[in-house]
Design a protein around this ligand. Structure first.
Ligand code: EPU
Length: 421
């Protein structure tokens, strides 16, 4: 199995360019199923989750080409299949967006339950509630979800989500775009990739308003047309590099970012001692002195993202005092990486939803195991900050969501290499 070997302790300096957002790409590619015609999608990240999704769509009959790096042209006009390949579907989490997209396009779908990062129990009851309120008859087993039109057919509806679920909001938007009538999603998720999906669909002719607020309104249209759209930069990839510089030290220009999306992250890193300068589409981050402890609670956007919990925890392990880190989205997320950090010398005490992180003078190299994507990214940061050699195993998790991680870090002066076997 492939692993990363990191010789830590070298500050990061230079410029890094952020790729397109994973969680936007995995929603926008299935959305192309709703479009009659060719979509040219730019700034598509070259990561394994996106490659799996493109294989699924290709097997379903989509015509997909990549005329240049990070550009995907996709035409789903001739797709007839409503039952995507179950083996591939199980390889990633966001394949459940095929449910909403197929229901929207064909009025029916038969989709295996997804796999992906299982750092917590990740129910989809709110997705199912949404489909049901849109008029679908839902047959859910332990293996798959099958959707058919109910007795009154599919129609727009008012859907009040029990929690602001990103996945349910995306799936309902996909299912409702081509339905007759108006759909209103209350307590909708507000993450940047929700707005990006709405912008993509609107560019292709949808009538969606309110994305980025609690209430999203979707006025059904008869069809969508082809067009060109560029995916936003990845907030969490950018946040990971910002956290890496905060933990390791150095001076890096992080480019191709939307600074507004980064405020919830940069404000905490500044509190901990990083110096941050925002430009139009880039952020300079510098850190040289000792890190200060902090208090962080993860929340849905615009709060501090749960997907940055593990990376900020690494910064806390090196702070001059005790930090408090509280998880409010996925309670069991600490278990994916805290024990690994402890094997590197960190001092972390987990009490339910809160971890007390007592800063130590330094971390030391160790062999550690990635248990999910973001936990794995945090272990890479820890390895970069540690004294000595760290081996990060199970890196397939990391490569789901970070494009050219080794190359980008090497450009910044890190001593990291990928080895097989
Ligand atoms: N939830 C339910 N029922 C549902 C849906 C969600 O109880 O039907 C709960 C979840 O268990 C969780 C909370 O609601 O406690 C929020 O879950 P959400 O649905 O918002 O998460 P998701 O759509 O499964 C997306 C991202 C995750 C990210 C979360 C939170 C994608 C493809 N995935 O997951 O990203 O952690 O939102 O921001 O967009 C990652 O990129 O590493 C990643 C895991």
């Amino acid at each position: 199995m492939a692993r990363y070997e990191i010789n830590g302790g070298k500050p990061l300096n230079g410029t890094v360019t952020i790729s397109g957002a994973k969680n936007a790409a995995v929603a926008i590619l299935p959305a192309a199923l709703l479009v009659s015609g060719k979509c040219r999608i730019e700034n598509v990240p070259n990561i394994s989750d996106v490659r799996i999704l493109m294989s699924i769509l290709h097997r379903m009959g989509a015509k997909i080409t990549s005329p240049e790096a990070h550009v995907v042209e996709i035409d789903c006009s001739e797709v007839q299949c409503t039952e995507p390949d179950a083996t591939l579907v199980k390889k990633m989490r966001a394949s459940y967006y095929l449910m909403g997209a197929l229901l929207g396009r064909f009025g029916k779908a038969h989709v295996a339950l997804p796999g992906g990062c299982n750092f917590a129990s990740r129910p989809i009851d709110q997705h199912i509630k949404g489909f049901w309120l849109l008029g679908a008859e839902v047959d859910e087993t332990e293996e798959y979800v099958a959707l058919e039109p109910g007795e009154e057919g599919l129609h727009g509806s008012r859907i009040n989500l029990d929690m602001a679920s990103v996945g349910a909001t995306v799936n309902i938007m996909l299912a409702a775009t081509l339905l007759p009538g108006q759909t209103v999603i209350e307590n909708a998720a507000k993450e940047p990739h929700i707005v990006d999906l709405a912008n993509f669909l609107n560019t292709m002719g949808a009538r969606i308003t309110g994305a980025g607020t609690d209430t999203i309104k979707i006025k059904g249209v008869n069809s969508l047309h082809g067009g060109t759209y560029a995916i936003i930069p990845d907030q969490i990839e950018a946040g990971t590099y910002l956290a890496a510089v905060t933990a390791v030290g150095g001076n890096v220009l992080v480019q191709n970012v939307i600074p507004k999306h980064m405020e919830c992250i940069t404000s905490k890193l500044q509190e901990m001692g990083a110096k941050v300068i925002n430009y139009d589409d880039s952020i300079r981050i510098m850190r040289s002195g000792k890190l200060r402890p902090s208090t962080v609670k993860t929340r849905p956007y615009p709060g501090f993202p749960t997907d940055m919990q593990a990376q900020v925890c690494v910064c806390m392990t090196l702070a001059n005092g005790t930090s408090r880190l509280t998880e409010s989205v996925y309670e069991t997320r600490f278990f994916g990486y805290c024990a690994e950090l402890e094997s590197m010398g960190a001092n972390i005490q987990i009490n339910g939803k809160t971890a007390l992180v007592k800063g130590v003078e330094k971390l030391h190299g160790s062999t550690v195991y990635a248990h999910d994507l973001r936990a794995g990214a945090a272990l890479v940061i820890a390895g970069l900050a540690a004294e000595g050699i760290t081996h990060v195993e199970h890196i397939h998790f990391i490569e789901r969501g970070y494009e050219k991680l080794v190359e980008k870090l090497t450009e910044l002066g890190a001593d990291i290499r990928r080895s097989e076997g």
